[in-house]
Design a protein around this ligand. Structure first.
Ligand SMILES: [Zn+2]
Length: 311
C-alpha cells in the first residue's frame, strides 16, 4: 500500500492544479492549467482528463471543486463555474476516466487534509474554517468528516450572523461569508470611499486593485480605518466561531485561507474575541493555522480517506 500513487485535481475559478503524490504526502509532480470555466462541465472534464495524461501511472484519482456537491455527484450551485446547475459531475468523470473518481467540495477536502497531513491527526473532533475570497469549512466528528444527509454539510460560510446584513451569493443576507471573507473586507472598504480618502495609506491604493491583505497591512501600519475594518472582521468571525463551539464542542479549530495568512496577530485577536463572545460558556479551544501543504494535498487526502473509510 505504501507505494500507492494518488493523482488529485483542485479545480478553482481561475486554474486547475494537478498533483501526484504518495500516501505520505510527498509530492512527485504538480502541474497547472487555466480553467476553461465558461465552456461548461463537459469541456472541463476533458480538460482534467488531458491534464491527467501528463502524470504517468497512478492508482487513484480525485477532483475537488469550489461548490457544494452531493454524495451522488450533483453540483448544488457553482457561482464560479458556468452551466453547472444540476450536473452529475461524478458520473461524467467516472465515464471519462473509466474508473471511479473521488470528488468533493474543496473546503471539505481541505478539512480531510488537516486530519491526514496536519495537526488534525491529534483530534477526533475538530472544525476547519477557510477564509479566502469566500468562507467554507469542514467538520470532523469522532474521526470522520461529517457530510450530512446529502453531502452538503460544513457550509460554515452561510451561517447568518447579522439579520438583514449584506447580501450573500447563496441568496441570504448577513452570512459570515458576506461579512468576514476577503471579498467582504474589500467591499466594506470600497463602500466607505469617504473614509478611504481620509486614510493616507488606503487612498494610495487604487480601489480596483485593493485586496484584503492591503487592509491587514494598513492595520499593521496603524491606519485607523484599516484597523476598524479588520477589528470588525474579527468580531464577526468570533460570533461564527463561538456559535460553532457551542454547537459542536470541538477539541480544536483550524484556519486556512489567504486572508490571514500573512498576519501574525490575527489568530490571537480572534481567540480573544471568541473568548469574550462565548461569555459564560467559555472553555479553552486551541486554534491553529494550517500548513500551506495541507491545502496543496487536499485532493490527495480525499482519495486516501475515501479508500480507507468509504470503500
Ligand atoms: Zn450565504
Amino acid at each position: 500500500m505504501t507505494d500507492r500513487k494518488y493523482l488529485g485535481f483542485d479545480v478553482g475559478g481561475t486554474k486547475i492544479t494537478g498533483t501526484l503524490a504518495d500516501e505520505t504526502g510527498k509530492i512527485i509532480k504538480r502541474k497547472e492549467v487555466k480553467t476553461k470555466k465558461f465552456l461548461g462541465p463537459d469541456a472541463l472534464v476533458s480538460q482534467i482528463n488531458e491534464l491527467s495524461q501528463q502524470f504517468g501511472d497512478y492508482d487513484d484519482v480525485s477532483v475537488i471543486f469550489p461548490a457544494p456537491i452531493s454524495r451522488e455527484g450533483i453540483v448544488l450551485n457553482a457561482p464560479n463555474l458556468t452551466g453547472w446547475n444540476s450536473v452529475n459531475i461524478k458520473q461524467k468523470l467516472n465515464e471519462s476516466f473509466g474508473k471511479e473518481v473521488f470528488i468533493d467540495n474543496d473546503a471539505t477536502a481541505q478539512a480531510i487534509s488537516v486530519k491526514i497531513f496536519d495537526k488534525g491527526k491529534r483530534y477526533k473532533d475538530f472544525i476547519y474554517i477557510v477564509i479566502g475570497t469566500g468562507i467554507g469549512g469542514g467538520i470532523f466528528l469522532n474521526d470522520r468528516i461529517y457530510r450530512g444527509s446529502n453531502g452538503y454539510a460544513g457550509e460554515i460560510g452561510h451561517m447568518v450572523i447579522l439579520a438583514n446584513g449584506p447580501g450573500c451569493g447563496c441568496g441570504r443576507r448577513g452570512c459570515i461569508e458576506a461579512l468576514g471573507s476577503g471579498r467582504a473586507i474589500t467591499r466594506r472598504v470600497i463602500e466607505n470611499i469617504g473614509e478611504v480618502r481620509k486614510s493616507t495609506f488606503l487612498s494610495s491604493i487604487s480601489p480596483t486593485r485593493l485586496v484584503a491583505e492591503d487592509v491587514f497591512s494598513g492595520k499593521r501600519l496603524g491606519d485607523p480605518f484599516s484597523t476598524l475594518i479588520i477589528d470588525e472582521e474579527i468580531y464577526y468571525l468570533s460570533i461564527a466561531v463561538a456559535n460553532l463551539i457551542n454547537i459542536f464542542d470541538p477539541a480544536a479549530i483550524f484556519f486556512g485561507g489567504g486572508v490571514m495568512k500573512n498576519d501574525r496577530t490575527f489568530l490571537n485577536d480572534l481567540e480573544e474575541a471568541t473568548k469574550h463572545e462565548l461569555a459564560n460558556y467559555y472553555r479553552e479551544v486551541p486554534m491553529f493555522k494550517i500548513k500551506d501543504e495541507t491545502i496543496d494535498l487536499a485532493p490527495i487526502a480525499l482519495a486516501i480517506y475515501e479508500r480507507k473509510y468509504e470503500k
